[in-house]
Design a protein around this ligand. Sequence first.
Ligand SMILES: C[S@@+](CC[C@H](N)C(=O)[O-])C[C@H]1O[C@@H](n2cnc3c(N)ncnc32)[C@H](O)[C@@H]1O
Length: 218
Amino acid sequence: MGAQLGGVLLRLPVRAVDILVRGRMTIEAWDDIHRARDWGTCPEPAMARFAKRRFPRGAFVLDVGCGVGAQSYWLAESGYDVWAVDASPVAISRIRQRTPMLRTAVSDACDLRMFPDDHFDAVIDVCCLQHVGAISKALAEIGRVLRPGGWLFSMAAAWDHAPEALEGFARRLMWESIDKVYKLPWVAEIVTAKASHTDGPLTIAHWLIEARKHAHAD
Ligand SMILES: C[S@@+](CC[C@H](N)C(=O)[O-])C[C@H]1O[C@@H](n2cnc3c(N)ncnc32)[C@H](O)[C@@H]1O
């Protein structure tokens, strides 16, 4: 039985083993995905709407967990000044080939020390933080690099299209994160915290948070 299970595990792709054994994706598993898959250049409509509504003209935006750059590409094309970071070196190498005008770096969401305090007008997270174990650390870093009054757009996706996925996913995984966001000392206002089905390319259940940092360091 043990040998059989071992055989099955050996035949699975590395990322599947990672998920089974560690319960979450490793950066090596993300590297595999970014080598094998193109996530396109189509932004999430909810993110694009939020940017148009909230970001000042030419805003300085950080895309955390940018992958191969679907959101960053759109933001740069729309006139925003973008930094794109991801923990996967393969993702960053691909984004550099495709969109050389973007500023990019291999960086963990939990350690954004390459950026000073109060630096960005906005930070976007499209389905990255949901994969980060130390989400409180990442959210603290995001709060640090946002300028006073700056915006966070954060989106987390469920893995399938079933209506019940939204409910199950929200309860199981995301509520804890959203609850943490509510309690963050740097958050002044949450304008949106909702679950819905995206109208974007993912067409799956997702959670959205749109939050603003205190205008003054108080
Ligand atoms: C679902 S993909 C989303 C990619 C991109 N935001 C998009 O919209 O196409 C999640 C991304 O998070 C990145 N990631 C995972 N853990 C991370 C971490 N701790 N720090 C930074 N990026 C991370 C992965 O490499 C992957 O590119």
